[in-house]
Design a protein around this ligand. Sequence first.
Ligand code: HEM
Length: 412
Amino acid sequence: MTMDQNICREQGPGGDEDAPPFPFPRASLVWELPPEFRRMRDRAPVARVTLPGGVPAWLATGHAEVRAVLVDPRFSRAAAARSPGAGVAPNEVFNRSLPGLDDPEHGRLRGLAVRAFTARRVESLRPAILAGIDGLLDRVEELPRPVDLVERLCRPLPVLMICELLGVPPEDREGFASWTYAATASAESVAAMAEGYERLLGYFRDLIGRKRREPGDDLVSALIAARDRDDRLSDDELLGLCAVVLAAGYETTTALFALSVVALLHDRSRWESLREDPERIPAAVEELLRMVPVTEIGGPFPRVALEDVELGGVLIRAGEIVMPVADAANRDPRVFPDPERLDLARRPNPHIALGAGIHRCLGAALTRLEMNLGLRRLVERFPGLRLGVPEAQLRLRPRSVLHTPEVLPVTW
Ligand code: HEM
């Protein structure tokens, strides 16, 4: 179909049979991408889908098109945050902080956050993250096999990392971990989730008060101190940033780590290659980021067009919703040779799993550090690691927008 013919689809996205329901059903194996993403991308890099409630939207699945949506200010996060129809994934925590803003409001808040979230601060967490991983793995070694790696490593590790980052003192961490668990997307009931979230906000308020009185070398203290000439963060903005760091950084990392282990063990030669030479891990982490589907919607949050925009040969009308699917873009054969192959040595690897443009992941360096250290210690300490159940028996947590395996039994 030519571009002109495509643009002639004047009616915009609608509930017709050309617009399949989205999100798509999960793939049969936990670390695989739903095949619909590939099918849609191969037919048209921007095509129609129907969101829950019959809401029409566009799905962008080509690499160039997804990138274009993420970097173009005409595709607005703020408008999406106000649009009830676009509420397929982000919740109030996200919508009320960085991910719910456009420039210039976004730039101001992000500038202040970046001042605190520096590469030096992330790097300074290395010894604590390493010690945390080793402590968790010491316990794994002692337990009767098979051991559930989700419970024993993939879930506690990001909590530990976020506690280190925010400056949650050791004596508070148990409570913090249990409220966090209750408040996340995988919570068992809406009431438990709301209660967990309220307790966390209360805790953050208290923590901010303490850090104001006695600043430490942590993100919350640095955020309190962050100033841009005579501008500084309000209490609400501070609270929102703490909550968004937790919400964006917890279960995403749990899911990525757990699914990465499954993907590596799926073909023993992958695990062996990292075990033989751990220097291969950094490139492997990039490839796992490219290939492992962490979220149901396939990556970044929805956008709403602020004006008519031509994208991938179709006309997106002002007010229409666009879903930029990074997971599909990351397998675009126009950018990645042999895109469905997990090639642990792939270079270059211009994936957009951590976003692009003004909303690109604020925790990218931390995610990479944690994945690198976690996989390294796992292959070094458990070279004979294998699944404790057949892979086909693994299940993702039901009702969750994130792809976290319910349990991941491993043995060695
Ligand atoms: C598996 C791990 C992770 C993945 C795959 C991931 C992915 C992403 C993506 C795709 C975006 C862009 C969203 C958009 O454009 O709509 C994003 C934004 C963000 N991420 Fe991450 N992330 C991860 C871990 C983390 C961690 C560990 C933190 C913090 C400790 C974090 C904090 C954030 C924040 C604050 C934003 C919003 C930035 C903004 O709107 O300016 N993320 N992330």
